[in-house]
Design a protein around this ligand. Structure first.
Ligand code: PHE
Length: 339
């Protein structure tokens, strides 16, 4: 009995919940528990003593059960108290910023293009990438013999050897100029449009990709002039690429404009480098050819306009010093996150 009585003090001074569990097992275990064994010993006693001893054991059982519960409760209160004083939680601390995505360089640039030209009154028009020969070539005054039509440069979807009418023969559009025809043949002038999108050519190396992006612009009105074209382009490109970029216009040939020009920009990446050979071709432009207007049902004696078609990747490569065009499309986050 004295044995059992000593457990009460042990329970009261137990230092942890684990110690309490061990004590509980020592006392109450069904096989070797001190109380269990004492109960077993009862059977050997004469009846009168058995009753007395049995009552005593029952009281001990109750005392020890209560003591265990009390100490358990005390210990858990203590550990809660310790938690609140040791593990201080500062709810006013700022969290580290969550990682956030952002637009890819190309759509980001296209949005800027739409915004800058939008401010000059240009509306955005979009059209198909799978295009008929008629819209991609014929109505743009591009002769049947023009090298751009060659299957070495162009992804033909239809069999080129087959004699099909131009509106039944399909290519992946080689430029966004198809939108000049699509828009002008369905809208009454005056209008100004900007048409960004994907175009396709059979080219693939560090500076060419079989799919790339262009944006086409077209403005038709009663007295739209070449001076307007230059004014609009220089203003827009300064906004898009940089205030102090220099531009120059050279004559160029495209069957759908007359006169035709090419716009170059001077890239001043590194002041120490010579300026020689740093003129970079941005794209073509010019006054819309009268045949193109006629093909769209617009009277060239009454209306005139300008058009331009620029690449998207090229100026981005220069601006961010990206050596290989293909990095735009690989989807490697280590590359994309830099911008
Ligand atoms: N479509 C021409 C190209 O892809 C660019 C261009 C557009 C030139 C409009 C003149 C006018 O090279």
């Amino acid at each position: 009995m004295s044995d059992l009585a000593s457990y009460e003090a042990k329970i009261q001074s137990a230092a942890s919940a684990a110690d309490l569990d061990a004590l509980e097992l020592e006392i109450f275990s069904r096989k070797h528990g001190a109380l269990t064994l004492a109960m077993k010993d009862l059977t050997a006693l004469p009846p009168a003593e058995k009753v007395k001893k049995g009552q005593e054991l029952n009281r001990s059982k109750q005392t020890l059960t209560d003591a265990l519960a009390t100490r358990r409760n005390e210990l858990s209160q203590k550990s809660l108290g310790a938690l609140s004083s040791e593990d201080k939680l500062d709810v006013t601390l700022e969290l580290p910023p969550k990682p956030r995505g952002h637009l890819h360089l190309i759509p980001e640039f296209i949005r800027q293009v739409e915004e800058v030209f939008g401010r000059m009154g240009f509306e955005v028009a979009e059209g198909p990438e799978l295009e008929s020969e008629k819209y991609n070539f014929n109505d743009l005054n591009i002769p049947d013999t023009h090298p751009a039509r060659d299957s070495q440069d162009t992804f033909w979807i239809s069999d080129i050897k087959e004699k099909l009418p131009p509106d039944k023969k399909f290519v992946m559009r080689t430029h966004t100029s198809n939108m000049q025809i699509r828009f002008a043949s369905t809208h009454k002038p005056p209008f100004r449009i900007i048409c960004p999108g994907r175009v396709y050519r059979k080219d693939s190396d560090a500076t060419h990709s079989p799919m790339f992006h262009q944006f086409e612009g077209m403005m038709v009105g009663k007295d739209v002039s070449l001076a307007n074209l230059k004014g609009v382009l220089v203003t827009a490109m300064r906004e898009l690429i940089g205030r102090d970029v220099e531009f120059r216009f050279r004559t160029g040939f495209f069957p759908f404009v007359e006169p035709g020009l090419e716009m170059d920009m001077m890239w001043q990446g590194d002041e120490s480098e010579s300026r020689e050979g740093k003129w970079l071709e941005m794209g073509g432009c010019g006054m819309v050819h009268p045949n193109v207007l006629k093909n769209c049902g617009i009277d060239p004696d009454e209306w005139q306009g300008f058009a331009f078609g620029f690449g998207v990747e090229r100026p981005l490569m220069i601006k961010h010093q990206i050596p290989d065009l293909r990095s735009f499309y690989h989807g490697d986050l280590r590359f994309l996150r830099q911008f």
